[in-house]
Design a protein around this ligand. Structure first.
Ligand SMILES: Cc1ncc(COP(=O)(O)O)c(C=O)c1O
Length: 311
């Protein structure tokens, strides 16, 4: 045990847990492994991308001392950036759809960020952020970046996002599993986690699967925007796709909490539902790993821990 020079050094290196209780109860043929990235300082896996993008930009000189950072976020990337920017002395502006949960905005503000909330597109429902909502947030993020002569963190384009997972998340899972993981699946937002992890995993023979929602309006915050041609997934050799419903994601997040004591959000549930389906199908007998993308604490105001939880 050592003393870290800042909380930035506490990002990554998260535990990998064997979900033996769920595997037994579901009579799975194989192992289900959860990477607890909700234990990062910002309570999500996006801390990793935030750190790598900001450190690379500072090293290249693209981001100068004291310069403002701007980003479009569903809350998690913004929280990671707020932490990294607070430590390194950059003002940070998070631009987020009003459709994301309120606790995300509060957490970013607590970490010193300025949060700009963008109203949802006509007819959209709170808690369900669509590609159309995201286009409005993008427009506002661009405007603020120009106005403030800021550095745009740009998680959808910058190499630091997948890099964080190619050099962090995936090698950690590989080493922690004793090189036994055979498949990995991830719910796609920017595609940074899946694209980066696949860059490390595929040459080792680990099959990588995309997890997508079954429809455009869904409650799985952080992804499922149905954006064509994501930069981080271009040329990535995926083994297939798994589709999950919002109800399945919620039910599996509740199961994960109740059975394994792991308190994740909707996308953790989506990933687990997909991993179980893979172990019941093409990955039978294997060892499937997935990421607990963020903490269940970020959904206390939503339906996730509401009435359905009592069932
Ligand atoms: C909770 C949550 N799940 C999943 C994702 C998708 O991850 P990625 O952008 O690496 O595809 C995000 C991204 O912000 C997220 O916040």
């Amino acid at each position: 045990m050592t003393v870290l020079s800042s909380v930035i050094d506490a990002i990554g290196g998260t535990p990998l847990v064997d979900l033996a209780r769920i595997a037994d109860a579901s009579r799975l043929d194989g192992r289900l492994l959860a990477k607890l990235d909700h234990l990062n300082p910002g309570l999500s896996k996006k801390d990793r991308a935030a750190r790598t993008i900001v450190e690379a930009a500072r090293a290249s000189g693209e981001l100068t001392e004291g310069q403002t950072v701007v980003e479009l976020t569903s809350g998690n990337m913004g929280t990671g950036l707020a932490i990294v920017c607070a430590v390194l002395g950059h003002p940070f502006v998070a631009v987020m759809s009003k459709g994301n949960s309120e606790e995300r905005a509060r957490m970013m503000r607590a970490l010193g960020a300025e949060v700009v909330l963008v109203p949802q597109a006509e007819g959209a429902r709170p808690g369900e952020v669509s590609g159309a909502d995201l286009a409005l947030v993008e427009e506002e993020a661009r405007r603020i970046t120009t106005e403030r002569a800021a550095f745009r963190a740009d998680q959808f384009a910058r190499a630091g996002n997948p890099e964080a997972h190619a050099t962090g998340t995936a090698p950690e899972i590989w080493a922690q599993s004793g090189q036994r993981v055979t498949a990995f699946c991830d719910f796609i937002g920017s595609g940074g986690t899946l694209g980066g992890a696949a860059r490390f995993f595929v040459p080792l023979g680990v099959r990588c699967y995309a997890v997508n929602p079954d429809r455009a309006d869904h409650p799985i915050q952080g992804g499922g925007y149905a954006m064509p041609d994501l930069a981080h997934l271009r040329g990535v050799d995926l083994a297939g796709d798994v589709t999950v419903t919002g109800e399945e994601a919620a039910a599996h997040a509740r199961l994960l909490a109740r059975t394994e004591g792991i308190f994740g959000g909707y996308s953790a549930g989506a990933n687990m539902a997909a991993a179980i389906r893979l172990l019941q199908g093409p990955e039978r007998g294997g060892c499937v790993a997935f990421v607990v993308c963020d903490s269940g604490l970020k959904y206390l105001s939503t339906d996730l821990w509401g009435q359905g939880n009592a069932e």
